[in-house]
Design a protein around this ligand. Structure first.
Ligand SMILES: Nc1ncnc2c1ncn2[C@@H]1O[C@H](COP(=O)(O)OP(=O)(O)OP(=O)(O)O)[C@@H](O)[C@H]1O
Ligand SMILES: [Mg+2]
Length: 374
C-alpha cells in the first residue's frame, strides 16, 4: 500500500456536485480510496479514484475504466456493490472514479497482520464466501484475476466482500489490448502457473489464487515467495508447496487435500470450478458455510470458537515458533497443462531439468516483464 502525505482530494466535490470527499481510507498502486458523502441520497459511500499522476497514462485509465465497467455489472452479497462511475477533470487529464458501497470492515491483509493465521474453520468459511462470489462472477463471464488478501474485506458481522474486479476480463472475450501479447496480470504471489507462463487466466486460475489465499490464511505466509516477481512466478510453475499441515499440525488432513488440490499446477487437475471447490469446503465444514456471519467477524472479537465442532483437531488460531516439522507428501511437479514450457519442464524430471528449467525461467521472465510493462 502506498502512503501519501498530501491528499489532493480531501474536501473536494465531484460527480457534478453530488458527492463530497471526506477522509482517505486507503490507496494501492493505481488508486486512492476515500469516504465520501452522497449528498443526493444522504449516505456515506467509498470513492476510488485513479491516482492523478496516472491520469495521463492511457493503459492505467483503460484498466480503471474496465474495473468500473466489470464491477458495476456484478450484484452479489459477497461482492462490493458499485453505485456510480464517472470522470472529473484533473490537472493531467480526466480522473476516473468509482463510487461504491463503503465496507465497514478490514481487509484480510490487515486481519492477518493483526491476528496472524486464522483458525482453520474460520479460514475455510472465508474461502467459501470468496468462492461464492467467484462462482457468481464466473457465471457472468468474468474472471477476477487478482484474488489476494488486500482485495477481500470482512465486516464486523462476518460478511465477506470481494473487491477489485479491476483486472478482470470477460471469459469469452478472448482478451483485449490489456491482455494481449502474453501480458499477465495479477499479483505474483497469488497468480497461477498458467498466468506465470503468460497464458490466459480462466476461472480455474481464480481457483488457484483462492488456494494461495486460503494457504496464507491457514499458515500465515503464501505458498511461494521470492525476491522478485520472476522468482515467485518460477516457483508457481516448478515448485511444490509445503502442505499446510507441515506448518500447522492442528489443520485436518482434509484441508491439506483441499488446498493442495486447488494449487495443482495443471488447471485440468484442479477443482473444475469455484463451485466445485466450494462444495469441497462445505464437505469439511458442513453447516458452517451459509448465512451471514458464517465467515466470522473482523478483528479480535470475531474469533469464535465452536464447542464440539466436528472435523478433528482443535481450532488453534496461532502456533508457537514451530518449524515446518514434516513434509507429508512428496509430489512431482505436474505438467502445467497450459501448453507452455512449464509442462515440458515438469515432465522432464531432474535429469533434463537444467535445460528445461532455463527455458521455464526465460518463459516466466518474458511473461513477468510483459506484466510489469503492461
Ligand atoms: N469499498 C470499500 N470500502 C472500504 N474500504 C475500501 C473499499 N475499497 C477499498 N478500500 C480500502 O482501500 C484500500 C485500497 O484499495 P485499492 O484497491 O486501491 O488498493 P489495494 O487493493 O491495496 O492494492 P491494488 O492496487 O493492488 O489493488 C483497500 O486495501 C481497503 O483498505
Ligand atoms: Mg485492491
Amino acid at each position: 500500500m502506498v502512503h501519501d502525505t498530501h491528499d489532493e482530494f480531501a474536501g473536494s466535490v465531484f460527480g457534478s456536485g453530488r458527492y463530497r470527499t471526506l477522509r482517505r481510507i486507503g490507496g494501492g498502486g493505481m488508486a486512492v480510496v476515500h469516504e465520501a458523502h452522497d449528498l443526493a441520497l444522504d449516505r456515506i459511500v467509498a470513492v476510488k479514484r485513479l491516482r492523478p499522476e496516472l491520469a495521463e497514462d492511457g493503459v492505467a485509465r483503460s484498466r480503471f475504466a474496465r474495473e468500473a465497467h466489470h464491477a458495476a455489472s456484478l450484484n452479489h452479497p459477497a461482492i462490493v456493490q458499485v453505485y456510480d462511475t464517472g470522470e472529473d477533470p484533473g490537472p493531467a487529464g480526466p480522473v476516473p472514479w468509482i463510487v461504491m458501497e463503503l465496507v465497514d470492515g478490514v481487509t484480510l491483509r490487515a486481519l492477518l497482520r493483526h491476528d496472524g493465521p486464522l483458525a482453520w474453520r474460520r479460514a475455510l468459511r472465508i474461502a467459501a464466501h470468496v468462492l461464492d462470489a467467484l462462482e457468481y462472477s464466473h457465471g457472468c463471464g468474468i474472471v477476477h484475476r487478482d484474488i489476494k488478501p488486500v482485495n477481500v474485506m470482512v465486516t464486523a458481522d462476518g460478511t465477506v466482500k470481494v473487491m477489485d474486479f479491476g483486472i478482470a476480463r470477460t471469459v469469452h472475450a478472448g482478451g483485449g489490448a490489456l491482455t494481449a501479447a502474453g501480458h499477465i496480470m495479477g499479483t505474483p504471489q497469488y497468480f497461477s502457473p498458467e498466468q506465470a507462463l503468460g497464458h490466459p487466466a480462466t476461472p480455474r486460475s481464480d481457483v488457484y489464487s483462492v488456494g494461495c489465499l486460503l494457504y496464507e490464511l491457514l499458515v500465515g505466509n503464501v505458498p511461494f515467495d521470492g525476491e522478485n516477481a520472476i522468482a515467485v512466478a518460477y516457483k508457481h510453475v516448478r515448485d511444490e508447496p509445503l502442505p499446510p499441515t507441515a506448518v500447522r499440525q492442528d489443520v485436518p488432513g482434509a484441508v491439506d487435500d483441499l488446498v493442495l488440490h486447488a494449487l495443482r499446477k495443471d488447471p485440468q487437475l484442479r477443482f473444475g470450478s469455484a463451485a466445485e471447490m466450494r462444495s469441497a469446503v462445505a464437505r469439511i465444514i458442513p453447516d458452517e458455510t451459509s448465512g451471514p456471519g458464517a465467515a466470522g467477524s473482523a478483528g479480535r472479537g470475531g474469533r469464535r470458537r465452536r464447542a464440539g465442532a466436528a472435523g478433528g483437531g482443535g481450532e488453534r488460531t496461532r502456533r508457537g515458533p514451530e518449524r515446518p516439522a514434516r513434509r507429508t507428501r512428496s509430489r512431482r511437479a505436474e505438467a502445467t497443462g497450459a501448453g507452455g514450457s512449464g509442462a515440458a519442464a515438469a515432465r522432464g524430471g531432474p535429469g533434463t531439468s537444467a535445460v528445461v528449467a532455463a527455458a521455464v525461467v526465460l518463459c516466466v521472465a518474458l511473461a513477468v516483464i510483459a506484466w510489469m510493462v503492461g
